[in-house]
Design a protein around this ligand. Sequence first.
Ligand code: NOJ
Length: 585
Amino acid sequence: MLPRCAISVCHVFVLVLCLSSAEDFDWTKNDHGSFYYGTFPAGFSWGAGSSAYQTEGAWDKDGKGLSIWDVFSHKKGKIQQNDTGDLSCEGYHKIKDDVGLMKELKLNHYRFSISWPRLIPTGIKSDHINEKGIQYYNELIDHLLENKITPIVTLYHWDLPQFLQERYGGWQNISMVNHFNEFANLCFERFGNRIKYWMTFNNPWSVAVEGYETGEHAPGLRLRGTGAYKAAHHIIKAHAKVWHTYDTQWRAKQKGLVGISLSGDWGEPVDITNQKDIEAAERYVQFYLGWFATPIFHGDYPQVMKDFIGRKSVQQGLGTSRLPSFSPQEKSYIKGTCDFLGVGHFTTRYITQKNHPSARSSSSYFTDRDLAELVDPRWPDPGSEWLYSVPWGFRRLLNFVKSQYGNPMIYVTENGVSEKMLCTELCDDWRIQYFKDYTNEMLKAIKDGVNVKGYTAWSLLDKFEWDEGYSERFGLYYVDFKNKNKPRYPKASVQFYKRIISSNGFPNQREVENWRRKAVETCSTSNQLLAAEEQRSTAANILRLIHDPLTSHMEMVTEIVVPTVCTLSILLSAVFLMFLLRRRN
Ligand code: NOJ
């Protein structure tokens, strides 16, 4: 890691050199330390988000089909503690409660996703449509609208119908384009009279890389060096097709917008006097957000991806690039298929140039980029291992989007921070700090001229955090997953976020500090409530164990007998070994 002074000198230069493409943003005046007091444009939309698999539960209820996440999470060893989304927050049964929480926050919008297999159990529309699933989303949408909360809907937040995975290989297969289009068309038909903001995909980068390259996410495939590119190629085509379907069949009548939600970390060069680091940092962002945004806004993959993957493929003796290509017709079909861009952003990395050997056996999305990622150890990292709080990176990413893609309309679709596993602390001071600083950098970006129309705090509730199970909590509201009723408790950040919303920004220093003080004061009462409730449910569990001899016996075997026997065996083996060794000597 670079010394502190080198890094800050870097920042001055990087602003000039790193992204010469930015026209209006004055990179030299990007003062990381200063806080900007002021308000957001009138009509700015404040929201919170969730996704179907992460919160709904009811995985096998009312005719829902299996998704790849149902199957993946039920396989042992894939998810922390072998958690599943079977029940999660039971959001499926708690529409009224959850809309109540949104009202408490005075949200303008709520972002959620529709579970494809809940509507079409096999994923193939001609097979069967599950009216009960339709009914659930109708109720949710109607209830939101009755409460003046605008629904923003994602069509694909990672829960592909399992049948499509088994039959066709999921996103490795081009046939997904038509199946997804049929699903989207059904949603437009049934919900489009009330939904005006649609997003085709959420974070396709994760779907492609973690689903088909590293295998950390469902469907868990490890097709290194090819799988992610192929999946992304089909996803981009599917996105474009759905946009055209809306444009030609529904737009005139329904007057909504169709976009996509892309994720992107910011990449900052380690040494801004080093042209190679500057290029590596730009490459990092192009391989991340640019991979999807460039085709959608400009019709083709970023030149740097075509160059790097193409060159490595040749060195590996392949006849064609591992990065698929679009035909001229496809390019013009895909270009411009975005009415607004959803941006999900959490963190930043320092980037330096690093050559990776191009051996075929070690080819992967990661080595194709020829770079290394670094972090500053002083960056706060309260929760997820990958999530460092670096607010200034957010302003730069937003300015990057403005300069690269013609200043599109942006909705921030995800931004937030988690806390670690055993934390039952509702006084989440660090989350207050994160939201305060990140939304402030967004305000600065708006002053820079970036066209941000709304912000979605991630997430409304603690929920199933993919391969991390329930061990990472992103919620504004704490969910007690051990309690079968899954009660929700407000964290301090609820009070703080509410103030930002009602003031539409940050009026002045004294007031903002007051908000924070009050938020932390009130949360200690909620903390006591939660502690009392947890004690009560632990006592109830003990009573249940005493009264239920079979469960009690089973749990005693797994929780007491097995660990005790194991520990004793290890101890005995150690003693025996020592005895043998002594005898030898
Ligand atoms: C992005 C994903 O879209 C979301 O589902 C997840 O909870 C966050 N990242 C945090 O990891």
